[in-house]
Design a protein around this ligand. Structure first.
Ligand code: CA
Length: 220
Protein backbone atom coordinates (compact mmCIF):
# COMPACT_ATOMS: atom_id res chain seq x y z
CA UNK A 1 0.00 0.00 0.00
CA UNK A 2 1.17 3.49 -0.78
CA UNK A 3 0.41 6.47 1.42
CA UNK A 4 0.95 10.11 0.61
CA UNK A 5 1.81 11.96 3.82
CA UNK A 6 1.26 15.72 3.69
CA UNK A 7 2.86 17.24 6.77
CA UNK A 8 5.07 20.30 7.25
CA UNK A 9 6.29 19.25 10.70
CA UNK A 10 9.35 17.42 9.46
CA UNK A 11 10.18 15.59 12.68
CA UNK A 12 6.63 14.27 12.96
CA UNK A 13 6.68 13.32 9.27
CA UNK A 14 9.95 11.50 9.74
CA UNK A 15 8.66 9.55 12.75
CA UNK A 16 5.47 8.60 10.90
CA UNK A 17 7.41 7.52 7.84
CA UNK A 18 9.62 5.24 9.93
CA UNK A 19 6.68 3.73 11.79
CA UNK A 20 4.61 3.12 8.65
CA UNK A 21 7.58 1.66 6.84
CA UNK A 22 7.88 -0.93 9.59
CA UNK A 23 4.32 -1.94 8.77
CA UNK A 24 5.32 -2.50 5.17
CA UNK A 25 3.60 0.68 3.98
CA UNK A 26 5.35 2.79 1.37
CA UNK A 27 5.21 6.47 2.28
CA UNK A 28 5.73 9.37 -0.04
CA UNK A 29 6.10 12.61 1.91
CA UNK A 30 5.45 16.19 0.86
CA UNK A 31 5.24 19.30 3.05
CA UNK A 32 3.08 21.61 0.94
CA UNK A 33 -0.51 21.53 -0.28
CA UNK A 34 0.31 22.34 -3.90
CA UNK A 35 2.83 19.52 -4.02
CA UNK A 36 0.23 17.16 -2.56
CA UNK A 37 -2.27 18.07 -5.28
CA UNK A 38 0.38 17.53 -7.92
CA UNK A 39 1.45 14.12 -6.58
CA UNK A 40 -2.13 12.88 -6.18
CA UNK A 41 -2.85 13.71 -9.80
CA UNK A 42 0.33 12.30 -11.29
CA UNK A 43 0.93 9.29 -8.99
CA UNK A 44 -2.31 8.44 -7.22
CA UNK A 45 -1.56 6.98 -3.77
CA UNK A 46 -3.93 4.56 -2.03
CA UNK A 47 -4.51 6.81 0.97
CA UNK A 48 -3.64 10.40 1.87
CA UNK A 49 -2.76 11.48 5.40
CA UNK A 50 -3.16 15.23 5.53
CA UNK A 51 -2.19 17.88 8.05
CA UNK A 52 -4.50 20.93 8.05
CA UNK A 53 -1.99 23.68 8.85
CA UNK A 54 0.25 23.71 5.79
CA UNK A 55 2.58 26.56 4.82
CA UNK A 56 1.00 27.35 1.45
CA UNK A 57 -2.66 26.47 1.85
CA UNK A 58 -5.15 25.03 4.30
CA UNK A 59 -5.54 21.25 4.29
CA UNK A 60 -9.30 21.77 3.99
CA UNK A 61 -8.66 23.45 0.63
CA UNK A 62 -6.60 20.47 -0.49
CA UNK A 63 -9.53 18.15 0.28
CA UNK A 64 -12.13 20.32 -1.40
CA UNK A 65 -9.92 20.81 -4.45
CA UNK A 66 -9.53 17.04 -4.89
CA UNK A 67 -13.19 16.29 -4.33
CA UNK A 68 -14.21 18.99 -6.85
CA UNK A 69 -12.13 17.10 -9.38
CA UNK A 70 -13.92 13.88 -8.44
CA UNK A 71 -10.78 12.34 -6.98
CA UNK A 72 -12.09 9.86 -4.45
CA UNK A 73 -8.98 8.63 -2.67
CA UNK A 74 -9.45 8.11 1.09
CA UNK A 75 -8.20 11.08 3.11
CA UNK A 76 -7.35 10.97 6.80
CA UNK A 77 -6.93 14.39 8.36
CA UNK A 78 -4.30 14.73 11.06
CA UNK A 79 -4.34 17.95 12.99
CA UNK A 80 -3.62 19.78 16.19
CA UNK A 81 -6.84 21.73 15.70
CA UNK A 82 -9.36 19.92 17.74
CA UNK A 83 -12.46 22.06 17.64
CA UNK A 84 -15.75 20.51 16.60
CA UNK A 85 -16.06 23.06 13.78
CA UNK A 86 -12.72 22.08 12.29
CA UNK A 87 -13.60 18.45 12.46
CA UNK A 88 -16.99 19.03 10.87
CA UNK A 89 -15.63 21.26 8.10
CA UNK A 90 -12.97 18.66 7.26
CA UNK A 91 -15.52 15.90 6.99
CA UNK A 92 -18.00 18.17 5.20
CA UNK A 93 -15.63 18.90 2.34
CA UNK A 94 -15.07 15.18 1.88
CA UNK A 95 -12.35 13.86 4.20
CA UNK A 96 -12.99 10.29 5.34
CA UNK A 97 -11.63 10.41 8.85
CA UNK A 98 -10.05 12.72 11.38
CA UNK A 99 -7.41 12.15 14.02
CA UNK A 100 -6.35 14.80 16.55
CA UNK A 101 -2.72 15.35 17.47
CA UNK A 102 -1.18 14.09 19.65
CA UNK A 103 -2.19 10.55 18.81
CA UNK A 104 -0.87 7.08 19.45
CA UNK A 105 0.60 5.15 16.54
CA UNK A 106 -1.65 2.07 17.06
CA UNK A 107 -4.69 4.29 16.65
CA UNK A 108 -3.39 5.76 13.40
CA UNK A 109 -2.64 2.27 12.11
CA UNK A 110 -6.14 1.10 13.03
CA UNK A 111 -7.69 4.04 11.14
CA UNK A 112 -5.49 3.26 8.12
CA UNK A 113 -6.66 -0.36 8.17
CA UNK A 114 -10.29 0.77 8.13
CA UNK A 115 -9.64 2.96 5.08
CA UNK A 116 -7.71 0.14 3.44
CA UNK A 117 -10.62 -2.27 3.89
CA UNK A 118 -12.91 0.32 2.39
CA UNK A 119 -10.69 0.59 -0.68
CA UNK A 120 -10.48 -3.16 -1.18
CA UNK A 121 -14.26 -3.55 -1.02
CA UNK A 122 -14.99 -0.64 -3.36
CA UNK A 123 -12.24 -1.56 -5.80
CA UNK A 124 -12.67 -5.31 -6.05
CA UNK A 125 -11.53 -5.24 -9.62
CA UNK A 126 -9.32 -2.32 -10.49
CA UNK A 127 -6.97 -3.78 -13.04
CA UNK A 128 -5.33 -1.20 -15.22
CA UNK A 129 -5.34 -2.29 -18.84
CA UNK A 130 -3.51 -0.47 -21.58
CA UNK A 131 -3.08 -2.25 -24.90
CA UNK A 132 -1.66 -5.73 -24.34
CA UNK A 133 -0.50 -4.88 -20.80
CA UNK A 134 -2.66 -5.52 -17.77
CA UNK A 135 -1.64 -4.64 -14.20
CA UNK A 136 -3.36 -5.91 -11.07
CA UNK A 137 -2.42 -3.47 -8.28
CA UNK A 138 -3.70 -5.73 -5.51
CA UNK A 139 -1.61 -8.71 -6.50
CA UNK A 140 1.17 -6.47 -7.89
CA UNK A 141 1.02 -8.66 -10.95
CA UNK A 142 1.55 -7.71 -14.57
CA UNK A 143 0.48 -9.61 -17.65
CA UNK A 144 1.47 -9.04 -21.26
CA UNK A 145 -0.79 -10.78 -23.78
CA UNK A 146 -2.24 -12.72 -20.83
CA UNK A 147 1.17 -14.06 -19.82
CA UNK A 148 2.54 -13.25 -16.35
CA UNK A 149 5.79 -11.33 -16.37
CA UNK A 150 8.19 -10.72 -13.49
CA UNK A 151 9.27 -7.19 -12.71
CA UNK A 152 11.53 -5.69 -10.06
CA UNK A 153 9.81 -3.37 -7.61
CA UNK A 154 11.16 -0.26 -9.34
CA UNK A 155 10.13 -1.54 -12.76
CA UNK A 156 6.67 -2.34 -11.40
CA UNK A 157 6.22 1.12 -9.86
CA UNK A 158 7.42 2.87 -13.02
CA UNK A 159 5.14 0.81 -15.21
CA UNK A 160 2.20 1.43 -12.89
CA UNK A 161 2.80 5.19 -13.03
CA UNK A 162 3.04 5.10 -16.83
CA UNK A 163 -0.14 3.02 -17.19
CA UNK A 164 -2.09 5.19 -14.77
CA UNK A 165 -1.08 8.18 -16.85
CA UNK A 166 -1.53 6.60 -20.27
CA UNK A 167 -1.83 9.31 -22.89
CA UNK A 168 0.11 11.77 -20.73
CA UNK A 169 3.84 12.43 -20.64
CA UNK A 170 5.70 11.75 -17.41
CA UNK A 171 8.82 13.84 -17.11
CA UNK A 172 12.18 12.39 -16.13
CA UNK A 173 12.15 14.45 -12.92
CA UNK A 174 8.76 13.13 -12.04
CA UNK A 175 9.73 9.50 -12.54
CA UNK A 176 13.11 9.91 -10.85
CA UNK A 177 11.63 11.57 -7.80
CA UNK A 178 9.23 8.64 -7.52
CA UNK A 179 12.11 6.17 -7.63
CA UNK A 180 13.85 8.25 -5.01
CA UNK A 181 10.78 8.29 -2.76
CA UNK A 182 10.64 4.48 -2.95
CA UNK A 183 14.10 4.46 -1.43
CA UNK A 184 16.17 3.87 -4.53
CA UNK A 185 19.54 5.50 -5.13
CA UNK A 186 18.98 7.42 -8.36
CA UNK A 187 22.03 8.08 -10.49
CA UNK A 188 22.05 9.76 -13.89
CA UNK A 189 21.17 6.65 -15.91
CA UNK A 190 19.03 4.73 -13.38
CA UNK A 191 15.80 5.61 -15.14
CA UNK A 192 17.11 4.61 -18.58
CA UNK A 193 18.25 1.27 -17.20
CA UNK A 194 14.83 0.51 -15.74
CA UNK A 195 13.05 1.61 -18.92
CA UNK A 196 15.41 -0.53 -20.96
CA UNK A 197 14.55 -3.60 -18.86
CA UNK A 198 10.86 -2.79 -18.90
CA UNK A 199 10.84 -2.54 -22.68
CA UNK A 200 12.40 -5.98 -22.93
CA UNK A 201 9.54 -7.33 -20.84
CA UNK A 202 6.50 -5.44 -22.13
CA UNK A 203 7.57 -4.94 -25.74
CA UNK A 204 10.08 -2.45 -27.10
CA UNK A 205 7.48 -0.07 -28.59
CA UNK A 206 5.14 0.04 -25.63
CA UNK A 207 6.96 2.80 -23.73
CA UNK A 208 7.64 5.81 -25.93
CA UNK A 209 10.51 8.20 -25.34
CA UNK A 210 9.57 11.86 -25.57
CA UNK A 211 12.94 13.29 -26.44
CA UNK A 212 14.27 15.74 -23.86
CA UNK A 213 11.13 15.45 -21.74
CA UNK A 214 10.34 11.98 -20.48
CA UNK A 215 8.27 8.93 -21.28
CA UNK A 216 4.70 8.01 -22.14
CA UNK A 217 2.52 5.08 -23.08
CA UNK A 218 -0.28 5.49 -25.59
CA UNK A 219 -3.82 5.26 -24.40
CA UNK A 220 -5.63 2.47 -26.21
CA1 CA B 1 1.28 21.90 10.19
Amino acid sequence: MQILLVEDDLSLADGLQQALKQEGITVNHVARGQEALHVVKSFPPDIMILDLGLPDMDGIEVVSNLRKEKITLPILILTARNSVEDKVSGLDVGADDYLAKPFEMPELLARIRVLERRISTTKASNNIEVGVVSLDPKAMQVMVNNQDITLSKSEYMLLKALLQNAGRILTRDNLESQLYSWGEEVSSNTLEVHIHHLRKKVGSDFIKTVRGVGYTVNKT
